[in-house]
Ligand binder design. Structure first.
Ligand code: TLP
Length: 343
């Protein structure tokens, strides 16, 4: 099986497993895990923030931060296809008592002109209180769309002017950095808080990090425990994350190249159409007019190719470190066989 459902399906390499086995550990609820503490320092430095914290998942990272930044009945402005809106189990409402106010972006990017009229006026006591603007980079449901630094800065300026927190779901910030040539710290610099994943694209079996100033991370430490995310000897997991950062970031350009190969092949098929002309990172969204998505997924599976849903009417292919050039070639042959000869 060639598995292109997600960049989360990777298995830890031998070297990563060795690093995990050899990790120094302690009880992280007491703040005494040396490897987790090293990871905190490394991530804070990479993201240019005062402090960072290891968390079990990307969802928990986003939700801890939204909780830390808001009070019940507050509102968070986000993009209509945001992961926090579609795929985080309604946790903003369930755990934090807050609501999301989504706006349609252009490939995941929302502008100050769109956001400004959505900010609730201070005087309107009967409205929810706008507290946070949350963005996603790269943007998953926008086919791995990337924000430019100027776009990030323009929205950041509005947030600063209006006293709003600016949060980045940077699950794939490493891919955004690879695509733009900016460093993760440059991408993160405008944001008050950032979440970033080690288990997507970087090959770690589990784990994300959140970063921000010391005060917000101190609050996040408390909220992580409240959400059931206080963990003990997590040095074994932090070691995987450190290994991932050291070894698997620089190679992300290969995934982007392979995703482009997939997109170029799909562009030539009569029975497939790309959702976006450009493939800036490792995600490709496409449609198969005439074949519904569930049937298309099943036909691919029968031939040994695993793919997933993208948005409601599209399919998703994700390149990652466990698929090489040969597997991409085989995947293309299967797609050609199913969705039309090259034209
Ligand atoms: N995304 C997963 C699925 O949930 C869709 C995937 O396969 O892409 N933010 C973004 C932008 C994400 O893409 C994801 C995972 C998360 C947060 C959540 O991370 P986890 O799954 O670690 O909780």
């Amino acid at each position: 099986m060639i598995d292109l459902r997600s960049d989360t399906v990777t298995k830890p390499s031998e070297a990563m497993r060795r690093a995990m086995a050899e990790a120094d550990v302690g009880d992280d609820v007491y703040g005494e895990d040396p490897t987790a503490n090293r990871l905190r320092a490394v991530v804070a430095e990479r993201l240019g923030k005062e402090d960072a914290l290891f968390v079990p998942s990307g969802v928990m990272g986003n939700q801890i931060l939204l909780n830390a930044l808001t009070s019940p009945s507050d509102e968070v402005i986000c993009e209509r296809h945001a992961h926090i809106f579609h795929y985080e189990s309604g946790t903003p409402a369930a755990f934090s008592g807050i609501q999301l106010y989504p706006v349609e972006g252009k490939r995941g990017v929302i502008t100050p002109e769109q956001v400004e009229p959505m900010i609730r006026p201070e005087s309107a006591y009967y409205m929810p209180r706008t507290r946070v603007v949350a963005v996603e980079n790269t943007h998953n449901r926008a086919g791995g769309g990337v924000w430019t630094l100027d776009e990030i800065a323009a929205l950041g300026k509005l947030c600063a002017q209006r006293g709003l927190y600016y949060h980045l779901d940077g699950a794939r910030i490493w891919n955004a950095a690879t695509a733009t040539g900016a460093t993760p710290a440059e991408i993160a610099s405008e944001f008050d808080t950032v979440s970033a994943c080690f288990s997507k694209g970087l090959g770690a079996p589990v784990g994300s990090a959140i970063a921000g100033d010391k005060a917000v991370i101190a609050e996040a430490f408390r909220v992580r425990k409240a959400m059931g995310g206080g963990m003990r000897q997590i040095g074994v997991l932090a070691a995987a994350a450190l290994h991932a950062l050291e070894n698997n970031v620089d190679r992300l350009a290969e995934d982007h190249e392979r995703a482009r190969r997939l997109a170029d092949a799909l562009a030539n098929l009569d029975g497939a159409e790309l959702v976006y002309d450009e493939t800036p990172t490792n995600i490709v969204l496409f449609r198969t007019p005439g074949v519904d998505t569930t049937t298309a997924i099943e036909r691919c599976r029968e031939r040994g190719l695993l793919i997933s849903h993208g948005t409601v009417d599209s399919l998703r292919l994700v390149a990652h470190l466990d698929v090489g050039d040969e597997e991409i070639g085989e995947a293309i042959s299967i797609l050609e066989e199913l969705f039309g000869e090259s034209s």
